[in-house]
Design a protein around this ligand. Structure first.
Ligand code: NAI
Ligand SMILES: C[N+](C)(C)CC(=O)CC(=O)[O-]
Length: 489
């Protein structure tokens, strides 16, 4: 049965939550008195649809149903997850919990997006304190995996289940073991923010110069290694201990003004706003969001290819999606081997598109390469087989581009084995969006010994399933375009 998530407060963060749940297949109900909430969430969803599904190499579940409600009780009844994302005011949050708890399922989770309040503060005066747990996300909620989960002794039992649900929608729950104002991550953000405010106030740097100092250098390091791993390397071969011995004394030098907060006068606020307008005012917020999303998708996919950091979370989620989907691992997973094999089923990632606004030609080869890898896996040319010294090299490729496709579109590749005997494997891939054929890829592969780097016959654990699949595909009509050479149509 489809699960229901209710979003209370559909602003920047609530909109991101709506997209995260919806694209993970949950039905989403939104309660927000803002008459613009529906438009704003619609725009966030457009961005999320283009960005999120392409992070994965497997298809996401079918989108859930989205609805907007004027009455709180209509929004929360039947929901198993209620995510509160109203403005950061404790009195308001308390009022909202009281209203929610009067009408919601007592077993539902009430997650709070609060950036700074401790869960014990949120639970004060609640009808059922144990229902309320901090689930602090990061903007954009639909792309960034991190979610800080903070409970109290009142709900220590439920935190594991909360974390499992969040993993199920592709997030990385970080369980904060002791409640503290602003949890873990926002303490860093706040410290950096204070320093930045002083640098602007004292005319040492502009908003743009500060952003360059971050994004041209240490920001890139932090995204993939965090703080401690980065500094460990900075200690050279002697590592962290040497780093601390060398740079420890600086901590007592006047390098930071951490506890010192500049007074946010009107003049300082205006100075920051003017500099920010000069720096970025040529882009609308939605444009900036699209740049941010495209950059994040590229970075996350690079990390994923290396199974590292946030990329490892995506890779893990791919396995969950594969288990729920239709992509086979072995020949015995395939219900009808006499049909072309489904080898790719995914969305077009944002970073696969180019200046023409559609999927770049290089990515067709990547997608067909992925289809070939999947077929190799299915016939037994698995990572273990390859580690033992046997594999396939591609000898020749012919791609035909039939129609265009854009970011976020769901594509699938069906693969026909034209022959698979001796040292060669001849594959014909057809890429579709729905019923529309987008491209074909014909590939001749040669089995090799990775030791001699020369052609060799595959071991029986590959040769036999491949021969079986080739025989099953013998009865299929020869695909249109197979064996074609480049020429005028
Ligand atoms: N903006 C950010 O970068 C982040 C914010 N947060 C947290 O998320 C929460 C929401 O922040 P934002 O989305 O930035 O604020 P926002 O101002 O963009 O959105 C708040 C939304 O709540 C609605 N609202 C106000 N009263 C309501 C009520 N009684 N019932 C239902 N909806 C109501 C407003 O109409 C508005 O759409 C805060 O607790 C904040 O600390 C967490 C992570 C990041
Ligand atoms: C500025 N902020 C405290 C609201 C930031 C966050 O809570 C997390 C984020 O997304 O940066």
């Amino acid at each position: 049965m489809t699960q229901i998530a209710t979003i209370i407060g559909g602003g920047v963060i609530g909109g991101g939550w709506a997209a995260r749940f919806l694209l993970a297949g949950w039905d989403v109900r939104v309660f927000d008195p803002d008459p613009e909430a529906q438009r704003k969430i619609g725009e966030v969803l457009d961005n999320a649809r283009a960005a999120l599904p392409g992070l994965y190499d497997m298809p996401m579940p079918a989108e859930g149903a989205l609805s907007f409600h004027d009455r709180l009780e209509d929004a929360v009844q039947g929901a198993s997850w209620i995510q509160e994302s109203v403005p950061e005011r404790l009195d308001l949050k308390h009022r909202v919990y009281r209203d929610i708890q009067a009408v919601c399922d007592p077993a539902a989770v009430i997650g709070s997006s609060t950036s700074g309040f401790k869960p014990s503060q949120l639970q004060e005066g609640a009808t059922r304190a144990e229902q309320i747990v901090v689930c602090h996300p990061f903007n954009p909620v639909y792309l960034l995996p991190l979610i800080e989960v903070v409970g109290t002794p009142a709900n220590a039992q439920m935190v594991d289940g909360v974390a499992d649900t969040l993993r199920g929608i592709g997030m990385f729950p970080l369980l904060v073991r002791k409640e503290i104002d602003a949890h873990i991550a926002d303490r860093f953000l706040e410290a950096v923010w204070r320093e930045a405010l002083w640098l602007v106030k004292d005319d040492i740097a502009t908003t743009e110069e500060i952003d360059e100092a971050i994004r041209m250098g240490f920001g890139l390091r932090w995204a993939q290694m965090g703080l401690f791993e980065t500094f460990r390397i900075a200690g050279g071969e002697a590592g962290m201990r040497h780093f601390i011995d060398q740079f420890g004394p600086c901590l007592s030098w006047p390098w930071t003004r951490l506890m010192d907060v500049p007074e946010m006068t009107d003049a300082l606020a205006q100075k920051i706003a003017d500099q920010s307008d000069a720096q970025s005012g040529q882009h609308s917020i939605r444009e900036l969001e699209r740049h941010r999303d495209a950059n994040l998708v590229g970075m996350l996919r690079t990390l994923k290819a290396r199974d590292w950091g946030a990329g490892a979370v995506l890779k893990g989620h791919d396995k969950t999606l594969q288990a729920a989907g239709r992509i086979a691992d072995t020949l015995s997973d395939i219900a009808d081997p006499a049909r072309p094999v489904l080898t790719v089923d995914r969305a077009v990632p944002l970073d696969w598109t180019d200046y023409n606004g559609h999927m770049n030609e290089a990515r067709y080869l990547q997608a067909f390469g992925d289809a070939t890898d999947r077929l190799m896996q299915i016939v037994g040319c698995t990572p273990e087989y390859i580690a033992n010294g046997g594999s396939y090299f591609t000898a020749e490729t012919h791609i035909r581009h039939l129609d265009e496709v854009r970011a976020g579109a769901r594509i699938r590749i069906e693969t026909q084995v034209l022959s698979g005997a001796g040292k060669t494997m001849h594959l014909f891939h057809t890429m579709y969006e729905g019923d529309r054929a987008l491209a074909t890829g014909e590939h001749m592969l040669i089995h090799v010994s990775l030791e001699t780097r020369r052609a060799s016959v595959p071991a029986p654990q590959v040769a036999e399933p491949l021969a079986r699949l080739a025989k099953a595909h013998d009865s299929l009509p020869r695909p249109e375009g197979a064996g074609a050479a480049i020429g005028k149509r």
